[in-house]
Design a protein around this ligand. Structure first.
Ligand code: N01
Length: 542
């Protein structure tokens, strides 16, 4: 363990085109495992990573308070018993610094660094139809070719900053939460503004509120946040996890959303009000997503059932925020609980009871521009020393459409996905042979599905090599059937009539489509396995 291999140096750009069996874009949770899997199979692999280190999401998102919303014991990789036994999680919902350390530990333990070139942003990838291979270009001019190309780019990695007028004129410091500096940002005595109140802002606001001289929160849409109830992991719990990891992972794989939680099979409407409230209070006291994924099953499908819990949460907010007017501003009224990913919080609502925190409604009076002094809304100018953009991501498709990917006949991936994702199983797209997407778009505890997808891709590549085939891509028909099936599943949920990144609704001009696959984890796994076991009948193999 810990052999601390060096990363390959970035060449100066004029050299020959490098050749590999496979190229992986990204060295985060999916990319590290994909590199490991393909190398184990004897392929020559190069991973290109935009960042200056490994870890993906856990490299970029260094803002104060950033942590898992999954239980730590369910987030770590499940594929190495040795790793599971060696690694000790410090907290039940582990924080960013430890998560980044974990992924670095993995990179060292499995000697992955020698095949990961850092500070290397892939700008284009073009399919060579004659040779059945991909040529990628790295910013700066370096080129590399490989038969297989894997986009392990994550789903929330293309950061989004609204194009506010005057954004560059601000004289103070400004940060996007997903491009946070490595050095600690000193807020003491400063006037800080935070734009956005999504899961990211909800994690950072209580911490910044304690440090800053004054904090102004610019909120357009309130969210339902639920208590995280994080705590340190005792040595007894650590030992208990280590003794039952196979059981923990099986439970996650067999559950609806990849967690240890499972929905209550009863309807919220079939029990008495007393029984319902008893369950709600019990769930509320528990850590993590229990209040979402351990709730009555129909809170995700039936508005009336959902409303019973949404109202319960609104009352919890009213209890915690002293000023009733501020409480009402923080209460969501436009969407049902759970139709957006639930932000897990620690003292979030209490932050608004502090004298140095002000909540500003930018739905009523939108932000007009950023000025040299701060933020100008329709009815006031807020003078600031620091602006935090907690304004989210161009999710799922964004990381891929920002690369110039060209498939058969010169067709661009950007055009192909212009009206929403078009794939088969979320993994491959017709007309882009040998290009795989190793980012979990299932509604899932991320690594649980990501591991499965990485393994599916590795098996598929193994199949091609074994049968001496040169390329694979789904048929247009299989892709259309998958899109129809995904839309059908989505229409049975409350997700599609809510404005959120799930629907691409946070990005002006982006097509409205559910970007995730709303089926359960076991159903998704079954479909992926059937495609492989059935001999890849839904694919064109050459
Ligand atoms: O991004 P978001 P996020 N003017 O899109 C506001 C994961 N995550 O980074 O809602 C004013 O949710 C926008 O307002 P509105 C998790 O999956 C996980 O917070 O569009 N405001 C919103 O308030 C999560 O769902 C963890 O009206 C503007 C905010 O910016 C996902 O990442 C922690 C605006 C963006 O919220 C994204 O969360 C954190 C404008 N022009 C995140 N434009 C874990 O715990 C945007 N906004 C693992």
């Amino acid at each position: 363990m810990g052999n601390m291999q060096q990363h390959p140096q970035k060449p100066n750009g004029n050299g020959a085109v490098e050749q590999y069996d496979a190229i992986v874009i990204g060295a985060g949770v999916s990319g590290l495992y994909q590199l490991y899997k393909l190398r184990e199979m004897g392929l020559s692999v190069r991973a290109f990573e935009d960042a200056g280190g490994v870890g993906g999401t856990w490299y970029w998102n260094r803002y104060p308070g950033c942590r898992f919303d999954s239980e730590s014991e369910t987030y770590g990789y499940s594929w190495s018993e040795e790793l599971l036994q060696e690694w000790n999680w410090k907290e039940h919902f582990s924080g960013q610094p430890e998560n980044e350390r974990y992924l670095n530990y993995v990179a060292d333990k499995f000697d992955l660094r020698r095949d990961i070139q850092l500070d290397s942003r892939v700008s284009s990838a073009v399919y060579d139809e004659k040779e059945h291979c991909w040529e990628v270009q790295i910013e700066g001019g370096q080129r590399a070719r490989a038969q297989f190309l894997v986009g392990a780019v994550g789903v929330l990695s293309a950061k989004y900053t609204p194009p506010f007028e005057g954004i560059d004129s601000f004289k103070g410091q400004s940060f996007h939460t997903s491009n946070w500096p490595k050095e600690k940002v000193d807020f003491s005595g400063k006037r800080v503004g935070c734009i956005g109140t999504g899961a990211t802002a909800i994690q950072l606001i209580p911490i910044v509120a304690e440090e800053a001289g004054h904090l102004t929160v610019f909120q357009r849409t309130p969210n339902y946040a639920a208590p995280c109830r994080n705590s340190e992991v005792s040595p007894e719990t650590q030992a208990a996890w280590k003794a039952r990891y196979p059981e923990i992972h099986k439970k996650c794989r067999d559950s609806s959303a990849g967690f240890e939680h499972e929905f209550d099979p009863r309807s919220a409407l079939e029990v008495s009000e007393e029984e319902r409230l008893e369950l709600y209070e019990k769930l509320w006291m528990q850590p993590g997503f229990t209040k979402w994924l351990g709730n009555f099953h129909d809170i995700m499908t039936n508005r009336e059932a959902n409303e019973t819990f949404s109202e319960f949460v609104r009352n919890k907010i009213r209890e915690r925020v002293h000023d009733p007017e501020v409480a009402e501003m923080l209460i969501p009224k436009d969407h049902p609980f759970g139709a957006k990913r639930i932000p897990l919080e620690t003292h979030y609502y209490e932050a608004y009871n502090r004298d140095n925190v002000k909540l500003v409604d930018v739905r009523k009076a939108p932000i007009e521009r950023i000025t040299p002094k701060g933020v100008k809304t329709q009815d006031a100018e807020y003078e600031l020393d620091v602006i935090i953009y907690a304004t989210g991501f161009d999710a799922v498709s964004g990381p891929l459409t920002r690369i110039d990917i060209r498939g058969e006949g010169g067709q661009t991936f950007r055009e192909k996905w212009a009206n929403g994702p078009r794939s088969y199983l979320g993994i491959q797209t017709a007309g882009f042979p040998n290009f795989f997407i190793a980012a979990s778009t299932a509604f899932c505890n991320y690594p649980v599905c990501a591991e499965m997808i990485v393994e599916w891709i590795a098996d598929c590549i193994g199949h091609l090599r074994e049968k001496d085939l040169s390329s694979i891509a789904p048929t247009l028909q299989a892709e259309q059937e998958w899109v129809d099936h995904s839309n059908e599943i989505a229409s049975q949920t409350l997700l599609t009539d809510t404005e959120s990144w799930f629907m691409g609704a946070n990005i002006p001009g982006k097509a409205r489509a559910l970007l995730l696959y709303a089926n359960t984890v076991p159903e998704y796994r079954k479909r992926c396995r059937a495609a492989a076991d059935g001999g890849y009948k839904e694919f064109v193999l050459q």
